[in-house]
Structures are given as structure tokens and as C-alpha cells.
Design a protein around this ligand. Structure first.
Ligand code: DX5
Ligand code: ZN
Length: 220
């Protein structure tokens, strides 16, 4: 069963608690938190303070996507604030293996994300150490962008790499960017297990209905 992870990037931040309640009651499994630093990506969003503030108000699995440089400096603080999965970008980590282990030392699951132009082969030597690969299907930085179909091929390649290593039940394949009722079935058919959706959930008046529509489309 595919997991749906609404991204709060597209939520109304003036009523964030209520927005999160709506997606939790609407059947989401995870909550996706997009952290941007204005260096790795051309946008600035939120930090550990916001993760800490929302943590007591939701039981959703807290999935924190770090689009930042120098992630090692901030990982312990995100873990203390209540992150349950911390995902870093391969492109932003000079010593990726060290960063993955730093995340795991905090008692948090480690994920690694790849931009659309980065091949899945770059993760060959860390697949056994991580709980998730996040394949970006837009260039990170903003919600509401158009899905890049080339990622479908990468999902298939990653799935094959996981199966070859007996890791297919251990490593989630998450897709992030431009996911909606049209694109969800394409990536799930290729092997995706977790879908991030910002605009397709928070851009709709009924969040529960929006989540159900993505799930139904994905399971078809
Ligand atoms: C983009 C973020 C995404 C974004 C997705 O850099 O990582 O999580 O919120 O938004 P949609 O679903 O609107 O493309
Ligand atoms: Zn994201």
C-alpha cells in the first residue's frame, strides 16, 4: 500500500496546526516537511523550531526533507525536535556516508534524495545503510512545479538495484514533485512506495478527498 506524505510547503502557514489536522484526519500516513536554506536551493523555508512546534499536535510520521548545505550541523537539532526520517541530498553532502551514520546515531531513519539529473548509481554503496531514497521529480525549491517524466525510468532502475541486493522491503522509494492523480499511477507502477504531494493536497478545499483521489489513482 502506497503511503501519502502531504508537504506542508503548500499549506497555509497562518493556520498550520489546523492544516495538519486536516491531512491527518484525511488519512495521510506521513507529514513531509521541506527545509530550504537559500544556498542549496533558491528558496528559504523553515527550521527545527517549526518541527518542534507541530510535533505535539500530530501523530503523523515526521518526514523531514533537508534541502540544505552543511546538514551535519543541523541534524541533531532536527532529531531532537521530533523528526523520524531525515533525508539529505546526495548533491549537498561531501561525506554522504558520514552524514547517513550521523542521522542514524540520533535514532532517526536516514533517507537520501537525488535531484532529477543525478543518477541512481550514485547511491550504490549506501543503499544498505538507508531507509529511503527520495527521487525528486522536479528541481527542488518550490511547490507546484511540473512533473519531470524522466524520473519514472529512475524509479525502475532503483527498484532493480534494491531487488538485486534483497533490500526491496527495507528501503522506501519516495517521489517528490508534481505528484497528482495523473502522475501518481505512473511512479507507483514503476515501484514507488511513498508519494509526496503539496499542491495536489493543500491546493484542494477537501484535503481528505484529495488524498483519497491520489491513493485511488495510484492503486489502479
Ligand atoms: C520541492 C519540495 C516538495 C514540494 C512538492 O522542492 O521538495 O516537497 O513541496 O510540491 P508539489 O507536490 O506541489 O510539487
Ligand atoms: Zn520535499
Amino acid at each position: 500500500m502506497v503511503k501519502i506524505a502531504p508537504s506542508i510547503l503548500s499549506a497555509d502557514f497562518s493556520r498550520l496546526g489546523a492544516e495538519i489536522q486536516e491531512v491527518e484526519q484525511g488519512g495521510a500516513e506521513w507529514l513531509h516537511v521541506d527545509v530550504m536554506d537559500g544556498h542549496f536551493v533558491p528558496n528559504i523555508t523553515i527550521g527545527p523550531l517549526v518541527v518542534q512546534a507541530i510535533r505535539p499536535h500530530t501523530k503523523l510520521f515526521m518526514d523531514v526533507h533537508l534541502m540544505i548545505e552543511n546538514a551535519d550541523l543541523y541534524i541533531p537539532q532536527f532529531a531532537k525536535s521530533g523528526a523520524e526520517m531525515i533525508t539529505v541530498h546526495q548533491e549537498a553532502c561531501t561525506h554522504l556516508h558520514r552524514t547517513i551514520h550521523l542521522i542514524k546515531e540520533q535514532g532517526v531513519k536516514a533517507g537520501v534524495s537525488l535531484n532529477p539529473a543525478t543518477p541512481v548509481s550514485t547511491l550504490e554503496h549506501v543503499l544498505g545503510d538507508i531507509g529511503m531514497v527520495l527521487l525528486m521529480s522536479v528541481n527542488p525549491g518550490f511547490g507546484g512545479q511540473k512533473f519531470i517524466p524522466e524520473v519514472i525510468k529512475k524509479v525502475g532502475q532503483l527498484k532493480a538495484m534494491l531487488i538485486e541486493r534483497g533490500l526491496e522491503n527495507q528501503v522506501e522509494i519516495q517521489i517528490d514533485g508534481g505528484i497528482n492523480t495523473e502522475t501518481a499511477p505512473l511512479v507507483v507502477a514503476a515501484g514507488a512506495t511513498c508519494l509526496v504531494a503539496g499542491n495536489a493536497v493543500f491546493g484542494k478545499p477537501d484535503r481528505g478527498q484529495a488524498i483519497a483521489a491520489i491513493r485511488d489513482a495510484a492503486n489502479k
